[in-house]
Design a protein around this ligand. Structure first.
Ligand SMILES: CC(C)(COP(=O)(O)OP(=O)(O)OC[C@H]1O[C@@H](n2cnc3c(N)ncnc32)[C@H](O)[C@@H]1OP(=O)(O)O)[C@@H](O)C(=O)NCCC(=O)NCCS
Length: 138
């Protein structure tokens, strides 16, 4: 994996990240809000987080790997890099929610040591449930 770089609050997403976002989710995230930060490995993968430093928590909002590069450890790699950066920011607990049908993402979270800790019924607009995950950092 290429060395990940950081995007702080207020940054727009670079072109490659926008186009990967559109390819994966059919829309682009837009500029990062005041509590959002992202890390990206150029042309490969990115992850966007909502960071709540006061309560030492962060939520994974979006993670994506180029469809042509999946299954090679890039998802695991960007998550690991983000976790190291979040630890440095003194974040202690990580959260996320994901569609129950998203087997690849759920496989990644499990492999990366996240624990499933609940279900939100009919969380998405189309009625699908969300699985909730949590991970403690040191
Ligand atoms: C989820 C995603 C980021 C995984 O990225 P990736 O680079 O393919 O994942 P990795 O190669 O790092 O895989 C790490 C682990 O995740 C699990 N995993 C990956 N793909 C999987 C799949 N299709 N099915 C089940 N488990 C899978 C495996 O346990 C894997 O470890 P292993 O290779 O030792 O078996 C990628 O599939 C993606 O971009 N999906 C579309 C966007 C998305 O849905 N994001 C999540 C919601 S925001």
């Amino acid at each position: 994996m290429k060395e990940p770089f950081h995007l702080g609050p207020g940054s727009g997403l670079p072109g490659w990240m926008e186009s990967l976002d559109r390819r994966c989710f059919g829309e682009s995230w837009g500029a990062l809000a005041g509590h959002e930060q992202a890390w990206g490995s150029m042309d490969e993968a990115f992850a966007i987080w909502s960071i709540h430093a006061v309560v030492e928590e962060a939520e994974l909002l979006r993670i994506a790997v180029d469809p042509d590069l999946r299954g090679r450890g890039l998802g695991r790699g960007i998550l690991k890099a983000c976790e190291a950066e979040l630890e440095r920011l003194r974040i202690r607990a990580l959260f996320l929610e994901v569609r129950v049908s998203n087997a690849s993402a759920r496989g990644l979270y499990k492999a990366a040591g996240w624990a499933e800790n609940g279900l939100r019924k009919a969380y998405y607009k189309d009625g699908e449930d969300a699985a909730l995950y949590r991970k403690e950092l040191r």
